[in-house]
Structure formats: structure tokens, C-alpha cells
Ligand binder design. Structure first.
Ligand code: BES
Ligand code: ZN
Length: 618
């Protein structure tokens, strides 16, 4: 129906020999409005960015210039997004200074940088520096790194943080190529979401090129003491020298992973796929920066069982980086497809038992989100007007999105669905996607105009009817094991030490998650600890799950290790359940004591979440 309207309008316009005003109205119709940007893209739209910046580790500042080539639709103004940036001057192509204005600060969007241009201008250069409030950036001291020798800098752009280190039209509906010159202290390597160096430079100067157009949230920078090791001719790992060997072992299957993904949904579009292992305070598990995925070191667990994280970020090379959510209201278009794709890759590589385990874990996470987050954020499509997209962050876009696509697979058959997805990616490559555009495409190419699922799955909050709950044989066995162990605990059977390596990380994760805090006691935990040494586990997944139960049951023996964990690790997915468990078990002094020591190690996005949870006023 909607599609027909566009076509009819389009034809009418061509007949009327369209003028600029109406063309842009049409465009506006097709392209959803992004409420998180100040930019007016119909007037002036950036096409290419050239950065020339220096990273100052003494003042924790980035300073230099950003030049833009843009499409000018007869405009006398170009508007960029900024957040807490200092703008020194703005030059036009002839190096002549031009006037500019920084607008009032909006709590979500930051400040608009309005630059005066002539309708003929297509290039401007902004001289700027970051401030201590550059929310994208994390400046780490040597003590906060793995090797503890050199400082580290990382950026995290998604969702709307790029504007805090580069003035930019910070909306996923913009696509840019970029080049960059980065000056760093000697002995450090600079890396970007671009063609990267494989060795450190002698003079601390690095140049980059990103030839494929990407959304601004995917412009990324890291600077640190890292080395590179290739896995094959297009995949490899960057990590701190003393971590590199373990990282390469853990992710050794990366080459095969890319080939597997290509077999499913088409040629890998970005030439190179490398992973950068970051210090433990990186706030996410992974971030799909094109050509160079950023990853947490907490996925290096020693049994290759967390490699689905790499599969997930790799899958974003299609869903997200190639076909990009048009606005943050359509975030499930990035993550739901990616989770589905991730599990298909893992099924190919590790078999169905593995894929089943991560599907059950995802389903449990979705159950937790559905219970805990505001109802309005439990639909796939959300409305974030006037809000920070991060407020809606939860497992809903991930696992409700996955269940929706899995439902389509089951209904139409895997063979048909795979052809559909292949065509979906290739026909929308390097384009943006709104929920509505996807529904249209789905109706025309898979469901034969049936849209009975639309209201229920996409626009309605809560659980859709008839959800297929995933199951796992291996998890059933782990559950039986737990029941047996608890029985032995109650019957005072003397505990016998058993090596934890008898099961994979996911199985232990499930085992621990099944501990029922309403029925089991801290004495039971002590008994399990005798057998498996969970408290001293060096596996972050197991630590997080175990410390959560221990906090809830006041099993204080973990407190020392749990504090160390929370001070060291900044991955938000681990912090949230742990601080929440302290809060729910009313251990406010312990929570505050730990948070006070740990907070300086956390990235802005993690701080923001935990500040809110603990009602912490910095
Ligand atoms: N793109 C996300 C991370 C993200 C989302 C950062 C929204 C900022 C805003 C990334 O692909 C992701 O989902 N990472 C997961 C990995 C997991 C699902 C395997 C994570 O960090 O836990
Ligand atoms: Zn993702």
C-alpha cells in the first residue's frame, strides 16, 4: 500500500518535471526522520571525511582538523552534530575563514554546529579539540591494560557518541568514506575501522583510508601497544604483546568463519576481517567496526567456547554495516538479523548442539529483559524521539528479533528463507533500512503479501503468541547434574573435587544460572564451590554468573574476588547483573564500596548505566 503511494507520487512528479522542493519531500517520505541528529540532510550531506588529528595522552585530548566533502543542495548552511567539542575555526575550500554558530545544548543530541557556506561550497574544514567529556573516548593508564606498560586509547561510536570526538552528521542514514592522518606517541600503534598498518611506525604517524562508505557510528580509533598476527590472508588479530598468543589460539577459526558466512549470505564485502582485543574495561563484548572488530578480552576463556562473539561481529559485516538501520528506532534491523546470522554460522562451524545452547542463553536473557525493562521498549520497533537510544538497549532487539526471523525460517523453510536473505543483503548493499521498508520487502519477496505477523511481532510490546522456546540437550544434562549435586549437598555426601574442564563454558553458565535463589542456600553454594572451585575460576563468564548467585544468597566468600572482577572488567553485560544483585540483596555499602574503586575504570556508557542503577551522583 505504502509502496504504491510512492510510485504514484513519483510518476506524477516526473510528469510535472519535478522541482527540488518536492523531490526532497519524496526522499523524506522514504527515508525515516532521525530524531537524534541536528543535520538537515536534504540541504547538505557529507560524503567524505578527512581527519588530521593528534592523540595527546598527557591532556587526554584529540586535536586537529576534520575536512568534509559534501553534496550541497543549494544551501547556505551545513549542520553538524557535536557533543562537548571545542571548535576553534572553520575554513572554506579557499582557506578563507567562515562564520559558525554552536547551538544550545540538547540533553540527548549535544550541540548543533551551524556553518555558513555559499550554495556553491562543497568543502569545509573544522579545527577542533575534544574535552574531558568526550564520551566516546576511553583513555587508559598502563595499569588498566593487559601488559601494564603503555597507555591505551579506544573510541566507541555507537549509538550517538562519534560526535563527541569528531564533529559529524552523526546519523546512520549518512554514509561516508574517510581518510585519516593520526599522530600518536612513539611505541604505540594506531588502528581504525579502515585499511590498517601491521607494524608500528617509526615516527608515530599513521595514515588510513576507508574506501567503502560507512555510517558515522562505525568510524573508530584505537591507540596502544599492540602487535599483529595473521590467521590467513584476510583475517588476523591485534592484541597486546603478552596476550597475542592466547588470543590467536582462541580465535584460530576466524578464517573458516568468514568462508562459512560467505557460503550462507554472499561475498564478504570489506576485504579484510581483523579483531582487535582491547583492555578489559571495554564496555561491550564486541563492536563491529568495519575491517576491525573491537573485542573484549573476557571472551578469551581458553576453550574456544565464546567464539560466537566473533561470529556475531562478523555477521554485522552484512546486517548493520552493509544494510544499516536507518534510525535507532530500527535498531533491531541491525541486531536481530545479526543474532540469527551468528547462530547460523555457529551451527555450520560447531554443530547444532552448540547453536542450541546459545539460543537458550539468548532466550533466558530475553526473559530477563522482558521482566526488567520499561514495557515501551519491549517491541521491536521503538520510538526514541527526545530520548537517548541507549535507554532502550536490552536483549529485545537481539533475541526477540532472532525469534521473529527464526519463526519466518520455520514457516517458509530454511531453503527459501536463505535465498530471501541473500537477496535482501545484495539488493540493499550500502543502503539504509527502515522497519517499514523491510516489511514491504518481506511481503513482496517471501510472505506473498501476508502481513499478519507485522502488528504482533514488530509493533506490539511483550511476548508474541506462539513463541517457540529453544531447547538444548547439553543444557538438560547440566541441569540434571546440578540437581544431583544439590541432593548430595542436602544429604551431606562428602564433596569430591572435580575439574571444571569437564564441561564447556556455556554448560557451566547454564548450570550456575539454574541455581534457584529461592530454594537453594549459601550452604549449597559452599558445597558446589568445594567441588568445582567456582569462586576462583578465571573464566569471566563463570565468574559473573557465580558472583551474581553468591551476592543474592549472601555467600560472602566471593566478595574479595568479586570486587577484583568488578574493578578490572568494564563489560556492561557483566556489570549490570552484578550491581543489580547487590542492590536486590540490599548490600548497599558493599555496592558503593566496590563502585567507588571500580568506576574510574569504566567507559562512559557503563558509568551511565550503573550510576542510574545505584542512584550515584558523581
Ligand atoms: N553493536 C553491538 C554493540 C553495541 C550496541 C554498542 C549498541 C553500542 C550500542 C555489538 O554487535 C554487540 O551486540 N555486541 C554484543 C555481542 C554479543 C551479542 C555476542 C555484546 O557486546 O555483548
Ligand atoms: Zn551486535
Amino acid at each position: 500500500m505504502q509502496k504504491l503511494v510512492y510510485i504514484a507520487l513519483g510518476t506524477a512528479l516526473i510528469a510535472a518535471s519535478c522541482n527540488k522542493q518536492t523531490t526532497s519531500t519524496i526522499k523524506g517520505l522514504q527515508e525515516a526522520k532521525d530524531n537524534q541528529t541536528f543535520a538537515d540532510l536534504d540541504k547538505a550531506r557529507i560524503k567524505h571525511l578527512s581527519l588530521d588529528i593528534e592523540t595527546d595522552f598527557k591532556t587526554h585530548q584529540i586535536k586537529g582538523s576534520a575536512s568534509y566533502q559534501f553534496k550541497n543542495n543549494n544551501s547556505k548552511k551545513i549542520i553538524l552534530d557535536t557533543e562537548e567539542l571545542t571548535i576553534d575555526s572553520v575554513l572554506l575550500a579557499n582557506n578563507k575563514k567562515t562564520t559558525f554558530k554552536l547551538g544550545n545544548r540538547d540533553a540527548v543530541k549535544g550541540r548543533a554546529l551551524e556553518i555558513d557556506i555559499t550554495p556553491k561550497d562543497t568543502v569545509v574544514t573544522v579545527y577542533y579539540k575534544t574535552t574531558s567529556d568526550a564520551n566516546a573516548l576511553q583513555w587508559l593508564s598502563p595499569e588498566q591494560t593487559h601488559d601494564k606498560k603503555q597507555p591505551f586509547l579506544l573510541s566507541q561510536g555507537q549509538a550517538i557518541l562519534t560526535r563527541s570526538w569528531i564533529p559529524i552528521q552523526d546519523t546512520p542514514s549518512v554514509r561516508i568514506t574517510y581518510d585519516a592522518k593520526i599522530k600518536t606517541p612513539k611505541d604505540l600503534m594506531a588502528l581504525m575501522s579502515a585499511i590498517n598498518p601491521k607494524e608500528k611506525s617509526k615516527d608515530g604517524i599513521y595514515t588510513f583510508k576507508m574506501p567503502q562508505p560507512i555510517a558515522p557510528y562505525l568510524v573508530a580509533l584505537a591507540v596502544g601497544d599492540v602487535n599483529y598476527q595473521a590467521i590467513d590472508n584476510r583475517t588476523g588479530i591485534y592484541a597486546e604483546p603478552n596476550l597475542l598468543k592466547d588470543a590467536v589460539w582462541e580465535f584460530a577459526d576466524m578464517g573458516k568463519m568468514v568462508t562459512t558466512a560467505e557460503k550462507l549470505y554472499g561475498k564478504y564485502p570489506w576485504e579484510q576481517f581483523d579483531v582487535l582485543v582491547l583492555p578489559p574495561s571495554f564496555p561491550f563484548g564486541g563492536m563491529e567496526n568495519p575491517r576491525l572488530t573491537f573485542a573484549t578480552p573476557t571472551a578469551i576463556v581458553g576453550d574456544r567456547s565464546m567464539t560466537n562473539l566473533v561470529a556475531h561481529e562478523l555477521a554485522h559485516s552484512w546486517s548493520g554495516n552493509l544494510v544499516t538501520n536507518s534510525t535507532w528506532d530500527d535498531f533491531w534491523i541491525n541486531e536481530g538479523f545479526t543474532v540469527y546470522f551468528e547462530r547460523r554460522i555457529m551451527e555450520e562451524l560447531e554443530g547444532k548442539d552448540y547453536a542450541d545452547m546459545i539460543s537458550v542463553i539468548g532466550f533466558q536473557d530475553l526473559e530477563t529483559s522482558m521482566r526488567n525493562i520499561p514495557k515501551e521498549y519491549t517491541s521491536l520497533k521503538v520510538n526514541m524521539k527526545g530520548k537517548n537510544p541507549d535507554d532502550a538497549f536490552s536483549d529485545v532487539p537481539y533475541d526477540k528479533g532472532y525469534l521473529f526471523l527464526k519463526m519466518l525460517e520455520d514457516k517458509y523453510g530454511r531453503e527459501k528463507f536463505d535465498i530471501f536473505l541473500n537477496n535482501y543483503f545484495s539488493s540493499h548493499a550500502f543502503q539504509t533500512m527502515t522497519t517499514e521498508k523491510f516489511i514491504d520487502y518481506l511481503k513482496q519477496n517471501l510472505t506473498n503479501n501476508d502481513d499478519s505477523f507485522v502488528q504482533e511481532w514488530i509493533y506490539t510490546t511483550g511476548w508474541p503468541k506462539g513463541v517457540q522456546k529453544p531447547t538444548s540437550k547439553l543444557f538438560d544434562l547440566a541441569e540434571n547434574q546440578l540437581q544431583q549435586d544439590i541432593k548430595n549437598s542436602r544429604n551431606k555426601v562428602s564433596p569430591e573435587k572435580i575439574a571444571i574442564s569437564t564441561k564447556s563454558t556455556n554448560e557451566w553458565l547454564h548450570y550456575i544460572r539454574q541455581i534457584d535463589v529461592d530454594k537453594n542456600t549459601k550452604e549449597d553454594l559452599a558445597y558446589l564451590d568445594e567441588i568445582y572451585d567456582f569462586t576462583d575460576s578465571k573464566n569471566p563468564e563463570i565468574e559473573c554468573a557465580w558472583f551474581e548467585k553468591a551476592f543474592l544468597l549472601h555467600y560472602d566468600k566471593v566478595n574479595k574476588n568479586a570486587k577484583e572482577f568488578l574493578v578490572n572488567v568494564g563489560r556492561r553485560k557483566f556489570l549490570e547483573p552484578l550491581y543489580l544483585a547487590l542492590k536486590e540483596s540490599k548490600q548497599f555499602d558493599l555496592a558503593n564500596d566496590i563502585y567507588k574503586s571500580a568506576r574510574p575504570n569504566y567507559h562512559f556508557v557503563a558509568k551511565q548505566t550503573i550510576d542510574g542503577m545505584l542512584n550515584y551522583k558523581p
